[in-house]
Design a protein around this ligand. Structure first.
Ligand code: SF4
Ligand code: SF4
Length: 372
């Protein structure tokens, strides 16, 4: 296992972090899974107030023998209405985890302007908790649009950021660059699941990535970038770490073989008919359709046969609040507002209809609802 300095926090974190959101089948399973992570060299355990019993189960794992002095614990709490509510929430998390200091405290879900404003309002209470030694370092997690993500980073208030950035979704590349410029720790949220459900890849993608696996190629794309420090693994049980470990000791530049695979993937992507270039110039849509994200799912389905992933994400439109904003593509009224804004002249309404027909299979909510 490699370790990297997590930006200005100065902490040396393992390049994989244990994301404790899916290990909840039982307390015993949680303890075994957290212990397996530590046995593999993972020293960063990441939970959230909103992940059901996760904080309590991590606390149980610590009481069962997980060496507190060898692990760093992150917990995440959403912005609260005021400082006293935030103070109570911090004390509750400390109590649930059974620890006297949170190593990294993340404001959870700075996803829109309202959450940003609430989060900024909580900073004095968080700073007081830091002065008292209850919190060592402050970061934030986000699913925000890029402009708000950049604005949050640029406040200079945070030492680290948890964000979405993967081979199959590089929209947040400017945020990686700005975080690096400000010497922030960079934590990648769920590279395997949110990064394309790469644990269950379509045959076409397997073929294109061979002799590597899609999981390994995505991990290597991320870890070959020294501005990125740690990737979350949300294992549900001890057996789920194995597919990731092949690259846990590989942090250097991409090999010639890996570069050749990425070039092959790029060539394939460029062949998608009516490829959406992800420039975001078509927004806003009066019907609140997240046109670029809908068409990104289309790109991936047509380019790499990632239809299952597309269905999984598409089903969340309209069901996940500010965590995954926008309505489904069948809300398009053909108003035509977006058409002159698309620099490559895509027939956006027709492509939206096609994508809805391709990916709509029903509704789906986020694992932890819309408030966590
Ligand atoms: S044509 Fe459809 S997608 Fe484009 S702006 Fe109008 S409603 Fe939105
Ligand atoms: S303007 Fe066109 S290319 Fe750009 S994101 Fe929108 S649909 Fe895609």
């Amino acid at each position: 296992m490699l370790y990297r300095r997590f930006g200005k926090t100065g902490l040396q974190l393992s390049v994989f972090s244990f994301g404790a959101m899916r290990f909840l089948a039982s307390k015993e399973n949680a303890i075994r899974t957290a212990q397996a992570a530590v046995d593999l060299g993972i020293n960063h355990l990441e939970t959230a107030r909103g992940y059901g019993e996760s904080e309590k189960f991590l606390g149980a794992a610590l009481r069962a023998g997980l060496p507190r002095e060898r692990v760093y614990i992150t917990t995440k709490i959403p912005p609260q209405q005021d400082g006293s509510a935030m103070r109570r929430a911090i004390e509750e998390s400390l109590s649930r985890l059974g620890i006297d200091r949170i190593d990294i405290f993340d404001l959870h879900g700075i996803n829109n302007r309202e959450q940003f404003d609430l989060g900024m309002g909580c900073l004095p209470a968080i700073r007081r908790a830091m002065d008292e030694g209850l919190i060592a370092h402050l970061g934030f997690s986000t699913h925000a649009p890029l402009d708000l993500l950049l604005e949050t980073i640029a406040t200079g208030e945070f030492e680290s950021v948890n964000l979405h950035y993967y081979y199959f979704n590089q929209r947040n590349a400017p945020a990686i660059a700005l975080a690096h410029q400000l010497d922030m720790g960079v934590f990648i949220i769920s590279p395997t699941d949110k990064g394309g459900q790469l644990f269950n890849p379509p045959a076409r993608l397997v073929e294109l990535c061979a002799p590597y696996t899609p999981i390994a190629i995505n991990h290597r794309f991320l870890l070959a970038d020294p501005r990125i420090h740690t990737l979350s693994l949300g294992a549900a049980h001890p057996g789920e770490f194995a597919p990731h470990l092949a690259v846990a000791d590989q942090g250097g530049p991409l090999s010639e073989g890996e570069k050749a695979i990425l070039e092959r993937l790029e060539r394939q992507y460029q062949r998608v008919p009516s490829l959406c270039e992800q420039c975001y110039q078509c927004l806003p849509c009066p019907e609140d359709i997240h046109i670029p994200e809908v068409l990104r799912l289309r790109n991936l389905a047509l380019g790499f046969e990632m239809n299952d992933f597309g269905r999984y994400r598409y089903a969340m439109f309209g069901n996940a609040g500010h965590w995954f904003p926008g309505r489904k593509a069948n809300s398009c009224t053909d108003c035509g507002d977006c058409l002159p804004r698309c620099p490559v002249g895509l027939e956006i309404p027709a492509l939206l209809k096609q994508t809805h027909a391709l990916l709509y299979q029903g509704e789906r909510k986020r694992l932890w609802g819309s408030s966590s």
